[in-house]
Write a protein that binds this ligand. Structure first.
Ligand code: ASP
Ligand code: MG
Length: 444
């Protein structure tokens, strides 16, 4: 069994839904298809949650009507037979009524999760109906019935596996299953979600749970590129990546993958293919446990980074100092990304600033603290990249751009630098030219 995931753009219009249909019918193997909401829908639902917070009934009604008419138009354009159209529209109305009921409740985390995951529920419902209307038999599996992840960071694959197998055993009339990405249940069994962009993660959790033969993640670009195509011209898709490389790139900003996507399949020998819905023949990127080529592979950037410098003369020769600092971050559930130290100072970065004031207050009791916001981590990734003879070229950046921090050797597969976000694009372009444009032989 394969797992195929289609993102918001792939399911974002009638034309594209037809492309997805073509992809599905061109491959007869058994599959579980994971769908995102149509593009823009989850953003719309996030706004609806704001209306719920403020109990703004008028805005709630307006926004739910917009949601209904958007999907109703899709049904009209997608389906020929009047009867099936009406049937699907009735079902859509029922879902919208459920949403009205939830929207009248007092705001809570669960209300938020229930609402923002409806985009997936609506889309899978319509898409399944469409496929049936053209004779493609399929079954919708409700992710709420098996995606018991316990914690987003550490999903309980065994539990998902047990529940999913049960659901599959009860639904044997077809071997094309359609399910919702993003939605899950937490440890308490309440509706929750896998964070924005989490449908990718749904697909690899499912793949791990059923020991799938492969995962295909279908998006609107032909694989993971060696630099950010939004800012840099002439980027190239990368044909092969290892799990480690892909995980580092996803974590450090490659928008194409949710940061945790790779973790469920690591060690399971389940390749993850990144494919382009608009160019299905393009080979895309294969992420697996095989290393095809060592050395530099790609550059990515992660924004929204805060640099914190902690300076104290008392640090001189004092042991236990770092532990005290780390404990402060730990007590406020804030993880540290980059870190560099000198004898009297330590610089580190965080991306979650929700407890920043408290952290700074605490550390100011015994050290001088400077906070600098709006930084970006630029990450250079590849198996053994630190041994790539050409990686020195990256340091030529020092001639042109003020670099705030460097992390080299923390892992063999990653070199990171921290720059002011206003210098991000010139840095990406410079590195692209130095590291990828000038032909060089990779010597590791
Ligand atoms: N629909 C959700 C989002 O927009 C999940 C996803 O697309 O992966 O974040
Ligand atoms: Mg995505």
């Amino acid at each position: 069994m394969k797992v195929l995931k289609f993102g918001g753009t792939s399911v974002g219009s009638v034309e594209n839904l037809n492309k997805v249909k073509e992809i599905l019918i061109s491959d007869t193997e058994d599959k579980i298809v994971v769908c995102s909401a149509m593009s823009g829908v989850t953003d719309h639902l996030v706004k609806l949650v704001e209306n719920i917070k403020f109990k703004d009934i008028e805005a709630i009604t307006r926004n739910l009507h917009k949601l209904e008419s958007k999907h109703s138009d899709v049904i009209d354009d997608l389906i020929k037979e009047q009867e099936i159209r009406n049937e699907l529209k009735n079902g859509l109305s029922t879902l919208i009524t459920e949403m009205f009921e939830i929207s009248s409740q007092t705001y809570s985390e669960v209300v938020n999760s229930k609402i923002i995951t409806y985009g997936e529920t609506i889309l899978t419902y319509i898409f399944s109906g469409f496929l049936k209307s053209i004779g493609v038999s399929n079954i919708v599996l409700h992710a709420k019935e098996f995606m018991f992840v316990d914690s987003v960071e550490n999903p309980n694959i065994k539990k998902v596996s047990k529940n999913l197998h049960k659901v599959l055993d009860n639904n044997t009339q077809s071997s094309l299953y359609i399910t919702q990405g993003f939605v899950c249940r937490n440890k308490e069994g309440q509706i929750s979600h896998l964070k924005r962009g989490g449908s990718d993660y749904t697909s690899t959790i499912i793949a791990a749970a059923i020991q799938a033969s492969e995962v295909q993640i279908w998006t609107d670009i032909d694989g993971l590129h060696n630099n950010d195509p939004r800012y840099v011209d002439d980027t190239q898709p990368i044909s092969h990546l290892t799990y480690n490389e892909a995980a580092e790139l996803a974590y450090f900003g490659a928008k194409i993958l949710h940061p945790q996507t790779i973790s469920p399949v690591v060690g399971m020998d389940i390749p993850v293919l990144l494919k382009n819905t608009f160019d299905p023949e393009a080979s895309g990127t294969i992420i697996s446990n095989k290393t095809y080529k060592k050395g530099l592979k790609a550059i990515s950037a992660k924004d929204g980074i805060t640099a914190i410098k902690i300076k104290s003369n008392r640090m001189l020769m004092a042991h236990g100092y770092l532990r005290r600092i780390f404990e402060v971050f730990d007590s406020f559930h804030t993880s540290i990304d980059m870190i560099t130290t000198s004898e009297i100072a330590i610089s580190l970065t965080i991306d979650n600033t929700s407890n920043l004031d408290k952290i700074v207050n605490e550390i100011e009791n015994y050290a001088e603290v400077t906070v600098e916001q709006d930084h970006s981590i630029i990450c250079i990734v590849g198996e053994s990249v630190i041994n790539d003879k050409n990686s020195y070229k990256l340091f030529e950046i020092l001639n042109y751009i003020p670099v705030r921090m460097v992390s080299y050797g923390g892992s063999n597969n990653n070199i990171s630098i921290l720059v002011d976000t206003k210098d991000k694009i010139p840095t990406l372009r410079f590195l692209n030219e130095k590291l990828f444009q000038v032909p060089h032989e990779v010597v590791v």
